[in-house]
Write a protein that binds this ligand. Structure first.
Ligand SMILES: Cc1ncc(COP(=O)(O)O)c(C=O)c1O
Length: 362
């Protein structure tokens, strides 16, 4: 493959007189530039663009693109959580004109297909989580954490309860305490045992009536499933506090067990780790959240809702909502890939995904 060792700038490769295409001369009279553009916007000199042949330009950009770390060329070695397989089928589907050509400012009546997809995605994510209320708005896992904690804060404000603390195990991803702080809580670290699980004695010593939430990743960031989760949830609930499940490692438990059934009250998904969203390259992400019914009213508005006649709408009439956390209604391109992935796997396929993910991780 053609490869430059050090990619030069297009300006450095420029040679006067080179061009990419030869077009026939104009057969309409030329109009002076200042009759088309106000003179104050005209530069006295031409911009001095590089002059290159078409192949030079194609090779330049192809070479630059191959310098990026990419899952097409390399194994992506980020963390226990990360999805290692992004089916090209989902990329092709996301590129269909009916999907990629949509604009969020279109009238709702012309977005019905996409709204139906997003509604069904909400239902599937609720089923997988075992938690009924979903927001697709957050733009990343960390953003989902913040959003869910803001919902918890609104819930306690509404109840007139002063809860200031969020407990976080010392094995947690750094975004957990950061989100707790950003949401206005004090993050309190809970020790792990020498086996790498939550030290329940230390947890109980810190759990009090000012505790709002305990944030737990399960399997945790060292890759261990913590079987104490149900006991921890019961202890929290007895004190009126909530259990947050950081869903970054959901690919290890998909279809095996549901966070809601283990006692979690709120959680986020990372579609780029679980449902074939693109990872790496700094593109847009998504971090949908799932919460229990009593937290549903606080979710960001709008959510996708179904009308009685079977059509869909963006429901913004939610007086207790914490408001928007992102423009429009989420990063639809990423959410759409998650939809394709879940639909193409089906319930048995998702279970097989987690079987294989655990086997591979081990
Ligand atoms: C356990 C855990 N929680 C949260 C996050 C944050 O997710 P995101 O990178 O989507 O913001 C990560 C990311 O690596 C993670 O591993």
């Amino acid at each position: 493959m053609y490869k430059l060792n050090t990619p030069s700038l297009l300006f450095e490769s420029s040679r006067p007189g080179r061009s990419t295409a030869i077009v026939p001369g104009s057969d309409v009279p030329e109009r002076p530039l200042d009759s088309l553009i106000p003179t104050e916007h005209l530069s006295p000199t031409a911009p001095g663009l590089p002059e290159l042949g078409e192949l030079d330009i194609v090779r330049h950009y192809t070479n630059l693109s191959s310098l990026n770390m990419s899952i097409d060329g390399n194994f992506y070695p980020l963390g226990s959580c990360t999805m290692k397989y992004n089916p090209k089928r989902n990329e092709r589907l996301a590129g269909l004109p009916g999907v990629s050509g949509l604009h969020p400012y279109q009238d709702e009546s012309t977005l019905q297909g996409m709204l139906a997809i997003l509604f069904e995605l909400q239902e599937m994510l609720a089923e997988i989580a075992g938690l009924p209320e979903i927001s697709l708005q957050p733009a990343a896992g960390a953003h989902g954490e913040l959003t869910a904690l803001l919902c918890a804060a609104a819930y306690y404000r509404d109840k007139g309860e002063k809860r200031t603390k969020v407990l976080v195990p010392d094995s947690a991803h750094g975004t957990n305490p950061a989100s707790a702080n950003l949401a206005g809580f004090q993050a309190v670290t809970i020790k792990s045992t020498d086996k790498g699980l939550v030290d329940v004695a230390d947890f109980e010593a810190h759990l009090d009536d000012e505790t709002a939430v305990f944030m737990m990743t399960n399997p945790n960031t060292v890759g261990l499933f913590d079987p104490q989760i149900k006991k921890i949830a019961d202890l929290l609930h007895a004190r009126g506090a909530l259990l947050y499940l950081d869903g970054a490692n959901m690919n290890a438990i998909l279809g095996q067990v549901r966070p809601g059934d283990m006692g979690a009250d709120l959680m986020h998904y990372n579609p780029h780790k679980t449902f074939s969203g693109p990872h790496g390259g700094g593109g847009p992400g998504a971090g949908p959240i799932a919460v229990r019914d009593f937290l549903g009213p606080y979710l960001p508005a709008p959510v996708v809702a179904r009308n009685t006649d079977g059509s869909y709408r963006l429901d913004s009439d939610r007086p207790k909502s914490i408001g928007r956390v992102r423009a429009y209604f989420g990063n639809v391109g990423v959410l759409f890939r998650a939809y394709c992935y879940i639909k193409s796997q089906g319930p048995d396929g998702l279970k097989a995904v987690s079987d294989h993910a655990v086997l591979n991780a081990n």
